[in-house]
Design a protein around this ligand. Structure first.
Ligand code: FES
Length: 371
């Protein structure tokens, strides 16, 4: 009995309440439903390809194979893009090309899974016989009889799918699955390279060296966004917080490195009330009248610790609520961060706030290799 015939016989009929029932697209027609329920022995093996004639089955087979080939092409494109094009224009792993690489990697991977899913769905719906399958609830440990029944069902399913008799489908399916299996291995590349010593230094160190070579005390702090050097008098009210960077970072760092250098050097400046301030041992002269500078990169996993509570003098990281005490060397008082925010030594030169050295310890998450 063909599907077309079923569709004709299965036209919606009146329900128990006498009203015309609408048939949901994709569900068996009422006539087909009755026929299925009437089958006494539902475990009897169904003949392979009972539902379609040979020509229709061949057509369906070609359609399925086409989807598998599309899945294969998409997976290969994913890997080729990841490897082949990753070196262009500073690499797709940089911040600048994240959107483009997300689009292509996500798009090709999604297309591959979609094509594979559509192919398998058409295979099951068009080339395998349909019959109701009832699975009774049973104990978790199956008895011998159940296992034998499962093995028999499995073999029937394998026979029904025609995977041994249809080499074209079998080979294109394996072809489509192979690159997908390799994709996770390729992604391991994103775990490296290790940062090694690159986090030990920020642009503050380089800028301070240049300034000191010109006979200055240190490099001036500029306000993030305006690049305006900051006078002590501009930041004299206790309770304030502002984000600063080393002067010259925008002009002197190569353009493709500006974002990376900014991300490492970004610093928060806080004016802590003098009566609350507790300078750490050995850092007594690292502040200017209670104005202190700490790295803005959270020592948990690197979010910007960008919130400041004026009344408690707490610096908060919004990602996982790590809390640092601005009055006490930015020590951790709550949350998952494992160490304080690194502190930048400050001084005054010609009325401007300057940094007199780089951070004395690496900025950023504690788990990064800091050797
Ligand atoms: S990144 Fe700051 S608390 Fe997790």
């Amino acid at each position: 009995m063909s599907d077309d015939k079923n569709e004709t016989e299965g036209a919606p009929g009146p329900g128990e309440d006498g009203r015309r029932r609408e048939r949901v697209i994709g569900t068996p027609s009422p006539a087909r439903e009755k026929a299925l329920l009437a089958e006494d022995d539902i475990s009897a093996p169904a003949g392979v390809g009972e539902q379609l004639d040979e020509a229709s089955m061949k057509r369906a087979e070609r359609i399925v194979a086409t989807f598998f080939l599309v899945a294969f092409a998409a997976s290969v494109t994913f890997i080729a893009y990841f490897i082949g094009w990753s070196g262009r224009d500073g690499g797709m792993h940089g911040v600048l090309r994240a959107r483009e690489s997300n689009f292509w990697l996500g798009g090709t991977m999604a297309l591959s899974f979609l094509a594979m899913a559509v192919g398998v769905t058409i295979w099951v719906r068009r080339l395998m016989t349909s019959k109701p399958i009832v699975q009774e609830r049973h104990e978790l440990a199956a008895d011998e009889e159940s296992r034998a029944a499962f093995a028999q069902d499995f073999m029937e399913g394998a026979e029904d799918s025609g995977i041994t008799k249809r080499p074209l489908l079998r080979r294109t399916l394996l072809l489509a699955a192979a690159p997908l299996g390799l994709a996770p291995l390729v992604l391991l590349r994103d775990l490296g390279p290790l940062p090694e010593k690159r986090l030990r230094h920020t642009y503050w160190g380089e800028a301070v060296k240049k300034a000191q070579a010109e006979g200055k005390k240190g490099v001036r702090l500029v306000v993030d966004g305006t690049n305006k050097p900051l006078r002590v008098s501009d930041f004299s009210s206790p309770g304030g917080m502002i984000t600063v960077l080393p002067e010259g970072i925008e002009e002197e760092v190569p353009e493709e490195q500006v974002l990376t250098q900014n991300a490492k050097a970004v610093t928060i400046l806080i004016n802590v009330p003098p009566d609350k301030f507790k300078p750490a041992k050995g850092r007594e002269n690292w502040h200017v009248n209670g104005i202190v500078a700490y790295s803005k990169v959270c020592t948990h996993v690197g979010c910007p610790a960008a919130l400041y509570e004026q009344t408690t003098h707490h610096i908060l990281c919004p990602c996982h609520q790590s809390t640092f005490d601005a009055t006490d060397a930015a020590k951790v008082i709550f949350g998952p961060a494992a160490r304080p925010l690194p502190q930048l030594p400050l001084a005054v030169e010609d009325g401007y706030l300057v940094a007199t050295s780089d951070y004395h310890e690496p900025v950023g998450p504690s788990f990064w290799e800091r050797g």
